[in-house]
Write a protein that binds this ligand. Structure first.
Ligand code: CUO
Length: 683
């Protein structure tokens, strides 16, 4: 019986032949001769002897009858894979199906070894990841972070070159120096949008987005892989939160909120030059020049044909459905867009996932939008160029247009939310429970938070192909904040113990013109910080909670980590989650005013009956849900700010019921970098 952990080795060194050593300790797959590709069939054993320097561990690979892989093999090994492309999703689905149907880990390992050198490496990674995540016998494995396997999706080409040089020249791993990621390398200060480099190009932010789309595939061979609890709603909410967070960063940088990309005929003012080379495609990610206009895309090689008229038609039909309050399914039956399920249905329609009730009528608005933008530099493949960064979930968030695009998408969702009856006081109150006070404390200061820059390292060695083995660290500079804690004083004036759901949000106090922000605007900028259950015996009590416990984030070590130090039980869904180091906005040097909002709602009304967790992973549920379980909150995502505000509560203080409280918090940015300790001199 194969050790299932060996499957993880198949992710490493993704473009090297499968028979090369893996795991950094000379582990070799004993590949059956019939599995070796023709190119290497005669030299495989010699190469193994040469590269391994006497291998320490040999993984036996069972020879089986290989299922038909012709569908996933249609995508060339050095082409670019995108899950936003339907044709690529079909290929991935077919491979996921093969992997999932293998009856044992032995057979899964066998077919994966065979497929690895024959299908596109990124497609292989995606399909094997999805399959392992959903197979009962592999889902407890902690998969390697995508950035460690495909560093080219996260760092500039200069850095990859420097890491290769370091690996090649410095034989002793301990003597290798980290390769430093240049800060602010994608544009000059002449580009105003570049002030947001630290958000758009952050490793953890991009990893979160890639991971989310892996956990929630658009399409899969088995509907249950796509049909997760409130999946459409989570698509809406997670992306709405990204836009809200981005807007808080824009205000921190004295910039107006992002303008939605409403007019598809209008040129895209913001260009983006990624300065990254794809290791798989051996090509640079194409740039997009300032003021590029979208054009109809017709790329037969990608089986992609979509016009701007298609997009407008889909958008109008979706708006019409929202205003009518129902959509039509494939059988022309009406499905109501009601208060509870409406947003979930719309999420599946707009994204559009395989759960859309009618893809003919409502099309594929969001995914095709990504591809229209991603191919705007070469819409008819005249220059044989690949997609720009918008074509891939691991790179899309680098580009300023991502936020304009998703602000446009969010506007559609918000139009639906505006049709719903605003929450009345009775929908928001929790009788007998009063929040008496709230404060945050950090470094001995009350209601003052501080951000700064920090350096951190990630070992990228397993993603570097065709170079000598051993650790190679990439050093990133990223935003960081001092940890903080909330202190919430609550009074339960009833005579029974009550259970509360504490919901914490933060939003800027003033708008881009420095005017106090009406709640109807501010609610769209409310960023979820945490959500947790508390037990409240009768009387007053003090609740404390640390920022590191947030239900939105994954711990810092999950982003900047060393694979070797991971606990084995860490599970894959835990990789999904907003990075802890980006929990709060940057703020300003002189301080920027935010409102911290706390609500304690009645957990008896909010709780969801569900089976007990079968794994330790229950973090970051707010944006990522819980694996194999229901979303742990019966309320609509974003509650209580997901609907228009009731009349008479135009500003936050008038919205508050006794079970809510808000306090001003100032976020100050210190422009200093917390460096890592000095490194030993190179020997
Ligand atoms: Cu996550 Cu547009 O869906 O990027």
């Amino acid at each position: 019986m194969a050790d299932k952990k060996n499957l993880l080795l198949l992710f490493e060194h993704p473009t090297e032949p499968v028979f090369m050593d893996k795991g950094g300790n000379g582990t070799l797959f004993d590949v059956p001769a019939s599995y070796v590709t023709e190119r290497y069939s005669k030299m495989c054993r010699n190469v193994q002897r040469r590269v391994s320097g006497g291998f320490e561990k040999c993984v036996l690979v069972k020879e089986i009858e290989i299922p038909d892989l012709s569908c996933p093999m249609r995508l060339g090994r050095s082409e670019q894979f995108s899950h936003f492309l339907k044709s690529h999703r079909q290929m991935a689905s077919s491979l996921i199906d093969v992997f999932i149907k293998m009856p044992t880990v032995d057979e899964l390992q066998s077919v994966a070894v065979y497929a690895r050198d024959r299908v596109n490496p990124v497609l292989f990674n995606y399909a094997l990841s999805v399959a392992m995540l959903h197979r009962p016998d592999t889902k407890d494995l902690g998969l390697p972070t995508f950035a460690e396997i495909f560093p080219d999706h996260f760092i500039d080409s200069q850095m990859i070159r420097n890491m290769r040089e370091e690996s090649f020249v410095v034989e002793q791993t301990a003597a290798r120096l980290p390769v430093v990621n240049s800060v602010k390398y994608t544009a000059s200060d002449f580009d105003v949008e570049h002030r947001l480099w630290y958000f758009r190009e952050d490793l953890g932010v991009n990893l979160h987005h890639w991971h989310w789309h892996l956990v929630y595939p658009i399409d899969a061979p088995d509907r249950s892989i796509v049909d997760k609890d409130r999946r459409g709603e989570l698509f809406y909410y997670m992306h709405q939160q990204i836009v809200a967070r981005y807007n808080a960063e824009r205000l921190s940088n004295h910039m107006a909120r992002v303008q939605p990309f409403n007019n598809l005929d209008e040129p895209i003012a913001e260009g983006y030059f990624p300065k990254m080379d794809s290791m798989v495609a051996s090509r640079a990610y194409p740039p997009r020049f300032d003021n590029t206009r979208l054009s109809d895309v017709d790329r037969p090689n990608n089986q992609l044909r979509v016009g701007i008229d298609d997009m407008k038609r889909w958008r109008e039909r979706i708006y019409e459905a929202i205003h009518q309050g129902y959509v039509f399914d494939d059988n022309n039956e009406k499905i109501a867009l009601d208060d509870v399920k409406g947003i979930d249905i719309l999420g599946n329609i707009i994204e559009a996932s395989a759960l859309t009730p009618n893809s003919t009528l409502y099309g594929d608005l969001h995914n095709k939008g990504h591809m229209l933008i991603a191919y705007s530099h070469d819409p008819i493949n005249k220059h044989l160029e690949y997609a720009g960064v918008m074509g891939d979930s691991s790179t899309a968030m680098r580009d300023p247009i991502f936020y304009k695009w998703h602000a446009f998408i969010d506007n559609i969702f918000q139009e639906h939310k505006r049709q719903l009856t605003p929450y009345e006081k009775k929908d928001l109150s929790f009788p007998d429970v009063r929040v008496q006070s709230i404060e945050v404390e950090s470094q001995g200061k009350i209601n003052r938070l501080t951000t700064f820059w920090q350096e951190s390292d990630v070992d990228m060695s397993r993603g570097l192909d065709f170079v000598p083995r051993g650790h190679v660290l990439a050093r990133f500079t990223h935003l960081q904040h001092h940890p903080f804690s909330y202190t919430i004083k609550v009074e339960n004036s009833s005579e029974a113990t009550q259970y509360g759901y504490v919901r914490i949000f933060i939003a800027p106090k003033m708008d881009d013109r420095n005017n106090p922000m009406p709640l109807e605007e501010q609610r769209l900028m409310m960023v979820e910080m945490d959500k947790f259950v508390v037990t409240m015996p009768p009387g007053s009590q003090t609740i404390t909670r640390n920022s590191t416990e947030s239900s939105v984030t994954i711990p810092f070590e999950r982003t900047f980590r060393n694979l070797d130090q991971l606990e084995e039980l860490e599970n894959f869904m835990c990789g999904c989650g907003w990075p802890q180091h980006m929990l709060i906005p940057k703020g300003r040097a002189e301080g920027l005013s935010f409102e911290l909002f706390v609500m304690v709602s009645n957990y008896e009304d909010d709780k969801v009956e569900q089976k007990a967790a079968d794994c330790a992973c229950s973090i970051a549920a707010s944006y990522c849900g819980l694996r194999d379980r229901l979303y742990p909150d019966r309320k609509s995502m974003g509650y209580p700010f997901d609907r228009s505000i009731r009349r008479g509560s135009e500003m936050l203080d008038r919205f508050l019921t006794p079970n809510m409280r808000a306090v001003e918090v100032i976020i100050t940015h210190e422009s200093r970098t917390e460096k890592l300790p000095e490194l030993p001199a190179r020997s």
